[in-house]
Design a protein around this ligand. Structure first.
Ligand SMILES: [Zn+2]
Ligand SMILES: [Zn+2]
Ligand SMILES: [Zn+2]
Ligand SMILES: [Zn+2]
Length: 489
């Protein structure tokens, strides 16, 4: 099930528990770990029934057990699960178990895996990890959600009596819920829906906001972990469980909620966030200074300018962030509202500030949708040029926050490439640029395409990134043929 190559071995220490380190020096792109998911399940809050077999939307139930949803394409699901409810120990449990309490399906899956002797060993690694329940018990959010939507309905369903060997109690179920949450990666289902994939080995890796590995997932949810940067003997293998385009306090907040951890990685401890300044504010006292948070003291933002003593109180910063966050929700996909927000807040924040990036990404995606709609009648150069500019702004930040082999950067390059080529072709068609200029612009596009392909070369073919690679290769072919045609003088 899990297979870590001779490149790695596991060690244990107090700070990280059991974790993996490099056994020898490893090159970027080398495979470190391959693993099938223990289980894939919708998020707890998912209300839409999913097919028990393929996880696409489903509206009918399995005829045999009448408990599990199936889709139009699937006629059966896991035989053990089906038998359990059709004629096994679970046959007396209400047939509406999942219809009424769909949130329990991930935990139910784990409980039934534990019933099967040949699969139990594989779950053991997950289930044997101790959970200090008292650290979680008094928390509102997560504990409450598990209690209300998963633990209570499961205890009331009669399942505990049907699985006597597991001695299920509320506490046992809570611990399982936490294990599922803290050992999962976000995976994308066939219908585009976000799901949770539980990977005993891969998702148990310690977190770092600047991970030294890349997680690749194919269309069967199989995981391949490979090195993002060269690794030296003894290097700890890290994965990331946050969005690198968020600022430090936002990432830490998310990690606290999802993984119950306090991150103290190099990026989190650096007020400039590795020189990206993704949380830096424009100083109010001097003209060109930026203020960064004082992470060890007051938490206020202090100007980095040599002779400047400018301070922005933390409360002011938090208020501003909350205000912009609210305005983003209010903007509801309105292009002008986002442009106004951008203009209003640009003077207050560092150009790389995560909020500006977020606004810019929103604008870029609206412009893409508009470009698609307008492409039949009048593709607008102004609109394309604006999108090229926005996508271009994102590139250096995406490059800086995830060094080495980065899917984030590859996707940002792809977005930039498409719009850049579209604009260039239009400029040439309308005679804004001559043949020579056109060929020069296309050779820039060619190097962008090659850089993106280079970053995606270790991704499996049957994955979203694999399709992206195909798409970029096609684009590259077109670019090269035009360079051949127009590049000759
Ligand atoms: Zn199906
Ligand atoms: Zn069934
Ligand atoms: Zn961190
Ligand atoms: Zn200043």
């Amino acid at each position: 099930m899990q297979d870590f190559s001779e490149n790695l071995h596991d060690v244990c220490n107090e700070k990280l528990g059991r974790h993996l380190v490099a056994s020898l020096s490893i090159e970027a792109g080398d495979t470190l770990l391959e693993e099938r998911p223990l289980l894939v399940t919708p998020h707890w809050e998912c209300g839409q029934l999913k097919c028990a077999q393929c996880l696409q939307e489903s509206y009918v139930m399995c005829r045999k057990c009448q408990v599990y949803p199936l889709c139009m394409d699937c006629s059966e699901h896991d035989a053990f699960e089906c038998e359990f409810f059709a004629s096994g120990a679970g046959c007396r449990i209400g047939k509406d178990l999942l219809v009424k309490n769909y949130s329990i399906c991930g935990l139910l899956k784990l409980l039934l895996l534990l019933e099967q002797p040949e699969l139990r060993a594989q779950c053991q690694l997950l289930v044997s990890r101790p959970i200090k329940l008292d650290d979680y018990r008094n928390e509102a959010g997560m504990w409450q959600e598990h209690e209300e939507h998963v633990v209570r309905p499961l205890m009331a369903s009669g399942l505990a009596e049907a699985l006597p060997g597991q001695q299920l109690s509320s506490d046992v179920l809570h611990a399982h819920c936490i294990r599922i949450d803290s050992n999962s990666f976000e995976v994308t289902g066939r219908d585009g829906e976000q799901l949770k994939g539980v990977y005993v080995c891969g998702a148990g890796l310690p977190h770092h906001c600047v991970p030294n590995t890349v997680v690749a997932l194919d269309d069967q949810f199989n995981m391949k972990l490979y090195a993002a940067v060269p690794l030296a003997t003894g290097d700890i293998i890290y994965a990331s469980y946050t969005n690198p385009l968020m600022g430090t306090s936002q990432r830490q907040h998310q990690l606290r909620l999802s993984r119950h951890m306090e991150c103290a990685c190099t990026r989190c401890l650096d007020p400039t966030e590795l020189g990206t300044h993704m949380s830096s504010m424009k100083c109010r006292e001097c003209t060109d200074g930026y203020a960064v948070p004082d992470l060890s003291g007051t938490g206020d933002w202090h100007c980095l300018g040599v002779d400047c003593e400018g301070v922005i109180p933390a409360a002011d910063v938090h208020e501003l962030l909350a205000e912009v966050g609210g305005a983003m929700v209010e903007a509801k996909g309105e292009l002008n509202a986002y442009e106004a927000l951008l203009a209003q807040h640009k003077p207050l924040l560092h150009p790389n500030h995560f909020l500006l990036l977020d606004i810019k990404q929103n604008i870029a995606s609206i412009l893409r949708a508009e470009a698609l709609m307008n492409s039949l009648n009048d593709p607008c150069k102004k609109l394309l040029a604006r999108r090229v500019e926005l996508c271009g702004d994102l590139l250096p930040v995406c490059r800086a926050v995830v060094p080495g082999i980065s899917k984030l950067y590859a996707i940002a390059l792809f977005e930039y490439l498409l719009t850049f080529v579209e604009l260039t072709e239009l400029q040439f068609a309308e005679a804004d640029v001559d043949k020579k200029q056109y060929a020069a612009l296309l050779s820039r596009a060619r190097s962008v395409a090659k850089e993106a392909l280079d970053l995606l070369q270790f991704e499996p073919e049957n994955s979203a990134e694999g399709f992206l690679t195909e798409r970029i290769s096609m684009e590259l072919e077109r670019i090269e043929s035009d360079i051949m045609k127009y590049g000759k003088l």
